[in-house]
Design a protein around this ligand. Structure first.
Ligand code: ADP
Ligand code: MG
Length: 378
């Protein structure tokens, strides 16, 4: 499955609607962008279109407004985008409507306009056809680079793709290529490291990976449920007794295909609660990383937000970073796990750090993403 990308778009003189995921984390008082990774990640697509002489309108959601909400304006994001691109990025008053369409018509080749938060319209999340038509009006092509929103069938991520010639942006293309190749054709040995708080939120990820990986290393709060299921006394640790059957099924599935499952052999405790993997487990997991040709990691190994319980998470990130420059493929996907790698300054040492959170996990689960499916195959 290869999707048509902007490499197949002759963008010169065209008005292009580009869906980006500029839903960046912000701090309030004073309002400021806490992390502009998602904006930076879309720059190659925006610049490729500008270089060809396209007129670019950027469209994104931001937060969860229920209607127009000044606090959730993309104005701050437009300002940051302008700084990063080195060209003015004026702000449209809305994403649809006559005034916005006039601004789109006035764009010059290479020019960029930021449309206002598409979720100011409830029709967006309903994938309302009339709203999608309004959004598409005045454009010659649609480019989707919003991988982080591709698991949602909304008007700006799915609906418009059926109304305009649709293309994948460079970020979306890379995310889909790297993440699907993990499942389809991983270089082996393939090690999957899964952590995070709960088995319940990752059960489909575990099921998918246990069918593909050579080694599955399990840490974080979710390991407690596996440990309990195999008879270890986890005392008052976070666990999900009703998921112990699921945990056993994962262990069985691995055993049946000759895959290995590694559970923590020692833990860091706070009173009677397990809050991180222990030192020996760090060595055990790091040794597997060093031997792997493909490593996929999702989910912190402990309560990494507290420095005392960040050791396990840091050990995994450092072990993966050490593969930098080798032929091994290292991929990190998720919310908090990606945040941890970025905080450690190790993102640049990985083959790929997904910008996609939930969308990345859905791809790993083997699900199809509506925003990707709506783009024609080549
Ligand atoms: P991701 O966003 O990377 O997919 P999750 O959302 O599944 O990861 O889980 C992240 C959260 O899990 C973190 O906030 C972390 O503090 C928590 N966590 C991990 N291990 C433990 C543990 N042993 N006890 C409590 N919380 C944990
Ligand atoms: Mg999370």
């Amino acid at each position: 499955m290869a999707k048509r990308t902007i490499a197949a778009l002759d963008a010169k003189g065209k008005r292009v609607l580009v869906r980006v995921d500029f839903n960046v984390p912000v701090e309030t008082d004073p309002p400021r962008i806490a992390d502009d990774t998602r904006i930076r990640a879309a720059l190659p697509t925006i610049n490729a279109l500008r270089d060809q002489g396209a007129m670019v309108a950027l469209c994104s959601h931001f937060g969860r407004p229920t209607g127009p909400d000044r606090k959730l304006s993309l104005a701050l994001v437009a300002k940051r985008t302008a700084e990063l691109l080195g060209v003015p990025v004026p702000m449209a008053p809305d994403c649809v409507g006559p005034e916005t369409k006039q601004q789109i018509r006035s764009l010059k080749p290479g020019g960029v306009l930021m449309l206002e938060n598409v979720r100011f319209h409830p029709e967006e999340e309903k994938n309302d056809p009339a709203f999608a038509r309004e959004l598409a009006a005045g454009f010659d092509a649609y480019v989707n680079d919003a991988f982080g929103a591709a698991h949602r069938a909304h008007a700006s991520t799915e609906g418009v793709a059926h109304l305009l010639p649709a293309y994948a942006g460079l970020l979306l293309e890379k995310e889909v290529r790297v993440l699907t190749s993990l499942l389809d054709s991983p270089a082996r040995p393939f090690l999957a490291i899964i952590g995070g708080a709960k088995v319940s939120s990752k059960i489909d990820v575990l099921k998918s990976l246990v069918a593909k990986a050579d080694v599955l290393a399990i840490g974080g709060g979710m390991a407690n449920t596996f440990l309990a299921a195999t008879g270890t006394d986890i005392k008052a640790s976070l666990s999900e007794p009703d998921r112990e059957t699921d945990a056993r099924a994962i262990l069985d599935a691995a055993w049946k295909r000759g895959a290995e499952v590694l559970l923590p052999v020692d833990m860091r405790w706070s009173g009677d609660k397990i809050l991180d993997i222990g030192e020996e487990t760090e060595y055990l997991f790091a040794a597997q990383v060093a031997d792997a040709m493909t490593v996929f990691w999702n989910g912190p190994m402990g309560l990494f937000e507290q420095p005392a319980y960040a050791h396990g998470t840091e050990a995994i990130a450092r072990a993966m970073a050490q593969l930098s420059g080798s032929a091994a493929v290292t991929v990190v996907g998720g919310g908090e796990s990606v945040q941890a790698v970025e905080q450690l300054g190790l993102a640049g040492k990985m083959t790929h750090v997904s910008t996609g959170g939930g969308a990345a996990l859905e791809l790993i689960e083997g699900k199809r993403l509506p925003g990707v499916e709506a783009i024609p195959n080549v």
